[in-house]
Design a protein around this ligand. Structure first.
Ligand SMILES: Nc1nc2c(c(=O)[nH]1)N[C@H]1C(S)=C(S)[C@@H](COP(=O)(O)OP(=O)(O)OC[C@H]3O[C@@H](n4cnc5c(N)ncnc54)[C@H](O)[C@@H]3O)O[C@H]1N2
Ligand code: MOO
Length: 405
């Protein structure tokens, strides 16, 4: 692709990236490993809950007819703790001592809480008249066997996992995690915690991109940092392919400089280029392609550019692979608190503070400096203001679209 080819609009690039991406397959995992995973099939209950009419309180299982007029004396004929139902039948003038969660014995239709009774040996006196059927949970109150209670696509969390457990599923079908290989490139980079030489900096992009991959439901294969050496870089790329990575992310070296080797290396490894250079700021040098089954996203090296590109392209890619909707869920409207100059041909993503006004509306205050190396501003920003290509001058009070962070 020629260096001076027209830049591709953001929406078109996203369409081209996603057009042939299908959800990955599924796998079975134990409940204990399913938190945060995406359910791959509708889940039907294997049992009815509660499976029997159960007492909701500690007290006495009685026949309502015996206690509609109080005080009423009843003979205690047995006990029903949770897990051990009373096997006999409650007849006229009788009661069974019962505890929360125990099956209600045959013949009884009401549970009187113990606070409303007094006891003398084998005799209980009911002091307050209960409502018919009081304190009994009917069989199937929660759900019945065969009910579909969780649908495919649900992101499993503490609530859905409790429910799945109650439905008696020990293993759950979940979408396979996309494996995302992440490779930083550049002689100037040293891993966090290292000792950079005088011309070196700390590699920061890895940390953020890996966190985003995990937040999206992917797994990270950390390929570390490659120097600007085509041979070594190629070895790293082969590791990703051998590991059958679903996605290979390269960081840096995506632009046009003499040491920007990434595209050349990927090309000689067999990558088919889908597109390169997007009409956006930051993030212009974004590159996409595929190496066999592995999707390749070449993110620009500037830290903010790489994160903005990952938000706009990597997140939707992983969502599609996980059978999740590729939605603009993070999009919102906000009122500008300061003017913005007219825009050129690149769609801008402007870091801004986001505040909620008294009327509940959002207000976006753009930072004066927007250099794409400045992570401190990205960390403080609550949103990115989207400025479409050729947007006219905007003034304070205008409504704009933002990506919430
Ligand atoms: N003549 C041109 N020069 C540049 C252009 C252009 O169109 N023509 N585009 C600029 C834009 S926009 C960007 S963005 C950068 C992207 O360049 P690369 O993707 O080739 O990235 P590098 O040159 O390798 O690095 C840029 C910058 O980012 C730092 N970096 C790289 N990797 C990391 C990392 N993992 N963690 C932290 N920082 C990283 C690197 O040290 C550089 O400072 O190109 C412009 N140039
Ligand atoms: O992506 Mo480049 O930083 O537009 O700064």
């Amino acid at each position: 692709m020629a260096g001076n080819a027209p830049l591709i609009p953001v929406a078109e690039a996203l369409d081209r990236l996603l057009k042939d991406v299908r959800p990955l397959g599924s796998e079975e995992v134990p409940l204990s490993a399913a938190n945060g995973r995406i359910l791959a099939q509708d889940l039907a209950s294997l049992r009815t809950q509660p499976p029997f009419a159960a007492s909701a309180m500690d007290g006495y299982a009685v026949r309502h007819a015996d206690v509609s007029a109080v005080p009423a004396d009843l003979a205690i004929i047995g006990e029903a703790p949770a897990g051990h139902g009373f096997t006999g039948k409650v007849n006229r003038g009788e009661a069974v001592r019962i505890f929360t969660g125990a099956p209600v014995p045959d013949g009884a239709d009401t549970v009187v809480i113990q606070e409303n009774t007094s006891r003398d040996g084998g005799l209980v006196t009911v002091q307050e008249p209960p409502k018919p059927g009081a304190n009994i949970r009917a069989a199937g109150l929660d759900f019945a066997e065969g009910d579909i209670l969780l649908s495919a696509g649900t992101r499993l969390d503490y609530r859905s996992l409790s429910l799945a457990a109650s439905m008696n599923h020990a293993m759950l079908p979940v979408q396979r995690k996309p494996l995302v290989a992440v490779l930083a490139t550049g002689d100037e980079l040293v891993a966090p915690g290292g000792n950079p030489g005088p011309d070196q900096i700390i590699a920061s992009n890895h940390a953020g991109i890996a966190a985003m991959v995990e937040d999206c439901g992917g797994a990270v294969l950390d390929l570390g940092i490659s120097p600007d050496d085509a041979g070594i870089m190629a070895q790293h790329v082969r590791r990703a392919i051998e590991a059958k990575a679903d996605v290979l992310i390269t960081l840096g070296g995506a632009s046009v400089g003499d040491h920007d080797l990434v595209q050349g290396v990927l090309g000689s490894e067999g990558m088919e280029l889908a597109f390169w250079k997007i009409a956006m700021r930051p993030g212009k040098p974004l590159m996409a392609g595929h190496l066999g089954e592995t999707k390749v996203l070449g993110l620009p090296g500037n830290p903010v550019s790489s994160i903005v590109c990952a938000l706009l392209f990597l997140k939707p890619l992983l969502a599609r692979m996980l059978n999740q909707p590729v939605s603009g869920g993070q999009l919102a409207e906000a009122t500008l608190s300061a003017g913005l100059k007219e825009n050129d041909h690149r769609q801008d993503y402007i870091r801004a503070m986001l505040t909620v006004e008294e009327d509940g509306r959002l207000s976006a205050s753009p930072f004066q400096t927007q250099d794409s190396s400045m992570l401190s501003l990205l960390a403080r920003a609550g949103a990115l203001i989207i400025r479409p290509p050729h947007a006219p001058t905007a003034k304070a009070g205008d409504r704009v679209q933002v990506v919430r962070l």
